[in-house]
Each structure stands twice: as C-alpha cells, then as structure tokens.
Design a binder for this molecule. Structure first.
Ligand SMILES: [Zn+2]
Length: 212
C-alpha cells in the first residue's frame, strides 16, 4: 500500500498537515499518538500497557507500535498518511518493508521554537478540547469554552518532560532523516511558515508523485 509519512516534533504542525493532505488525496490518516491515547481512554489491554509509558513521556516499544498500526489499517483505503510514525530506525525499516513510501515530509522547527510552542498548550481535563495560550486561546482565561472546566497542562507537556522529549526527538530524528534521505524520499519543509503555504508545498509534491 502507498503511504506518505510526516515527521516533526509535536508543535511543528505535522498533525494539521497530515490531516490536510489525507483529506485532499483521500488517504487514511493514522496518528499513532491519538490511537495510543484512545486505547488508554478505553482501558484496553494495550492501553493499560502503554499508559505509564506515555505519561512519563517515554517512547512506546516498537512491537506495541506495530500492533497498533496493524490493528488500525483500513484495507479498502487507497493509501495511508502516517503521522507520528516511525519514531525509531527499527520502525523506519518496518515501514519501508511493509509499505510503498512515496515521500517523507519532515517539518523542521528550531529547538527553542518547538519548546515555546509545546509550553503553550493546554487541554480541558473534562472534554479533551485542546487550546494554545498564544494561537488558540479560550474566551475566558484558562477556562474551557465548551464545558467551563479549568484547563490543565498535560503531563507530557510539563516543562521538564518537554525539554527531555525535545532532546530525545532531535537525537532520534537525525538517524531517521539520514535513513530516508539515503532512500531519496525525504522532503525537509520549513515549519515556521504559514499553515496554508506549507500545505500547498506538500500537496504539490504529493500530487506529482501520485500522478507519475
Ligand atoms: Zn471542556
């Protein structure tokens, strides 16, 4: 099956871009982070296994990630947009062995900018709505627009977890970038540009590859 891949630290806008591309070319959008959190909320066997790992901000083991990828595939779809996968070289190898990877879009964001964007995220603990104190503020300071609950910082967005996560991300991603660059399928995209400008660049590359 054909696929596109989005790499980038949380806060780089990769989720938004993956969503936009998957909608425009009618591919299935697989966001590993969301899928894992969904398993945690539903308290499935897998969810119970990964809950502590996620809350510590640690990496979920490769085998569990493969399990969730395989479970979520919709075989009738013509392709997939992967978001938040692969995270490790082992996962990258699994990906190229099991899928036809058309292109890997790496949304590049400077480390200090990534930390600033992550530190400004808030979530409603009651209904799960996401906010950002800079770009997506609630009407009333720190209060959920939907249900009126006081907003919190997610455990994996706490400052000490963020700096460790950002460092880990850059360490790991270097190897992934090299791996995909060697295969000639890496596009590095400047994540500091506007959402629609980034989307247009990505769509142009994707369409060229799909029509060849
Ligand atoms: Zn709420």
């Amino acid at each position: 099956m054909q696929c596109f891949v989005f790499l980038g630290i949380q806060g780089s806008g990769k989720g938004t871009q993956a969503e936009l591309l998957s909608e425009s070319i009618n591919f299935q959008h697989i966001n590993i982070g969301d899928l894992l959190r969904e398993q945690v909320t539903k308290r499935t066997e897998l969810g119970i296994k990964v809950q502590d790992i996620i809350e510590r901000g640690d990496l979920v083991p490769d085998e569990l990630v493969f399990e969730i990828v395989e479970k979520s595939l919709e075989p009738e779809r013509k392709g997939i947009v992967f978001d938040g996968f692969p995270r490790t070289l082992v996962q990258a190898k699994y990906l190229v062995e099991h899928f036809e990877v058309l292109q890997v879009f790496f949304l590049e964001l400077a480390e200090n900018e990534a930390i600033a964007r992550l530190s400004s995220r808030r979530i409603c603990p009651a209904c799960g709505t996401n906010y950002n104190i800079h770009s997506n503020k609630p009407q009333k300071d720190n209060i959920c627009d939907v249900c009126g609950t006081e907003l919190i910082i997610r455990k994996d967005d706490q400052p000490e977890v963020i700096s460790r996560r950002v460092k880990e991300f850059y360490d790991q991603t270097l190897a992934l970038k090299e791996f995909f660059a060697k295969q000639g399928i890496l596009s590095v995209i400047d994540a500091s540009e506007k959402i629609d400008e980034i989307a247009a660049k990505i769509a142009a590359i994707a369409e060229r590859l799909l029509n060849r």
